[in-house]
Design a protein around this ligand. Structure first.
Ligand code: COA
Length: 435
């Protein structure tokens, strides 16, 4: 059968397509801004017909109706990353959190840990060969679609088409339903960048040189770093994700990817989150390549990129250099994401560097992020053996290669002045010496 005929034979309304989901099955939902909202919302509207459907999702940018209190009998959320719309469900015990390095998530779908019954994904209309691009979220979404027994696709003309390894084919035998539904792609507004973030950005920029390749996390700090890179030349991007901030630097000729060791001339990422400006930039752009996360984030792939600099953030850093980046005490507020994937890859790369950049205080200046001990219940995201540079608005602390005593000192120097005396007292007690 031609792919055109197969497409017609698989085409149906969402209501009918969601009948492929059965009670007790595991459903993996496409990631972040490429979430197939129409499919997810239809599934939630049919909740009465399901019991105990497990919903596996990472960053949920949609409404996450399945995580609401009245949905408990029908859906159980298993989060691989906790976001705004799912935090409450996990905190209240109505959902679960499964820790896993991002690059290893696809292996959970194939090694028997989390076999996928149904993948709900979004894709572009097919090209002349029947290939449909997953657009801005290839990450774990494409591996889930490849591993799933049943795939339900929302075809959306608004989804940007991306290059790399981003496609499924209409003829793939596990695609059981195609639902045409055009809708605007979820956008992530650029973050507000304040004075503290600007100071952190300026400090990070001192560690970035012409020709470096960058991995940037999400949020105000990575965007603030980009503000201070306007004088640099030939920067490259090999990143879990990137956002609008890079588009400006491309237009200014700062990011060219020309000096990259792998994929020269190309942006490499596994997902993208931003506004229409970013989506227009990446649409049908052969210079932007998206691949699954088990390639992009794999430390053995990252390490091949000479001069790679990874920039991520944390919630707390203790005086030994242990970073809690995803919990506040016992509360899971996010996930490890690609933080450790990139820190390990960058550490192994020729002239690689990794930075944990964060404001020196939280909760309106009332608590220090540099602490003697992590809060009870906090998970160590990045170990003291992996951490390299720590950066706050007060400066840069190089931790790798430093003794416990020297790294504690370096961290106190970049702590907020209001908390330095207390930290110095801990230092004197711990190391039996004067500061
Ligand atoms: N004590 C108490 N509260 C704290 C805190 C601390 N040490 N650190 C942060 N908080 C609070 C903040 O005050 C804020 O509360 P609010 O929402 O009520 O204002 C909230 O926690 C979020 O902190 P914020 O610093 O605004 O978060 P962020 O958006 O800058 O994200 C991380 C920081 C660390 C949570 C985020 O970078 C992350 O999840 N990292 C792990 C994943 C990762 O690195 N991925 C990399 C590739 S994308």
């Amino acid at each position: 059968m031609s792919w055109e005929k197969e497409y017609q034979s698989k085409l149906m309304k969402a209501d009918q397509a969601l009948d492929y989901v059965k009670s007790g099955e595991r459903v993996v939902i496409g990631h972040a801004c490429a979430e197939p909202s129409h499919l997810v919302e239809t599934m939630v509207s049919k909740a009465e017909q399901y019991e105990n459907v497990e919903i596996v999702h990472m960053v949920a940018m949609g409404k996450a109706g399945y995580a609401q209190p009245d949905m408990e009998k029908h859906f159980r959320h298993n989060a691989l990353f906790v976001g705004g719309s799912t935090r409450k469900a996990v905190a209240e015990g109505r959902g679960d959190f499964t820790p896993c390095f991002f690059y290893r998530v696809p292996s959970l779908f194939t090694n028997g840990s989390l076999p996928v019954d149904v993948a709900l994904i979004q894709a572009t209309p097919p090209d002349e060969n029947g290939n449909m691009s997953l657009g801005i979220s290839v990450d774990y979404t494409l591996p889930a679609a490849r591993a799933a027994k049943k795939v339900i696709v929302q075809v959306n003309k608004e989804l940007p088409r991306t290059y790399g390894d981003s496609c499924i084919n209409v003829s793939d035998t596990n695609i059981v339903a195609i639902v045409e539904h055009d809708a605007p792609i979820i956008e992530l507004a650029p973050p507000k960048i304040g004075e503290v973030e600007r100071a952190i950005g300026a400090n990070c920029a001192n560690l970035i040189h012409d020709g470096d390749t960058l991995q940037l996390g999400i949020g105000a700090i990575p965007d603030a770093v980009l503000l201070f890179l306007k004088e640099k030349k030939d920067l490259g991007i090999h990143s879990e994700m990137f956002s609008d901030g890079v588009v400006e630097l491309v237009e200014q000729g700062v990011i060219t990817n020309a000096k990259k060791t792998t994929h020269p001339g190309k942006f490499v990422a596994n997902f993208l989150m931003g506004t229409k400006r970013l989506y227009n930039f990446v649409n049908n752009n052969p210079d932007v390549e998206l691949y699954p996360v088990d390639y992009v984030n794999h430390p053995m792939v990252v390490m091949k990129e000479d001069n790679i600099v990874s920039i991520n953030s944390c919630v707390q850093l203790d005086l030994m250099g242990q970073a809690a980046s995803e919990t506040i005490g016992y509360t899971q507020i996010s996930g490890v994401g690609g933080q450790v994937d990139f820190i390990r890859g960058a550490t192994m790369a020729k002239n690689g560097r990794s930075i944990l950049a964060f404001p020196s205080t939280a909760a309106k200046g009332t608590v220090s992020k540099i602490v003697p001990l992590l809060d009870e219940g906090a998970a160590v995201t990045t170990s003291r053996n992996d951490v390299d540079y720590a950066v706050t608005e007060y400066g840069i602390a190089k931790l790798a290669g430093k003794s416990l005593k020297d790294r504690a000192r370096a961290l106190i120097e970049i702590a907020h002045p209001d908390f330095r005396d207390a930290l110095k007292n801990v230092y004197e007690e711990r190391f039996h010496c004067n500061y």
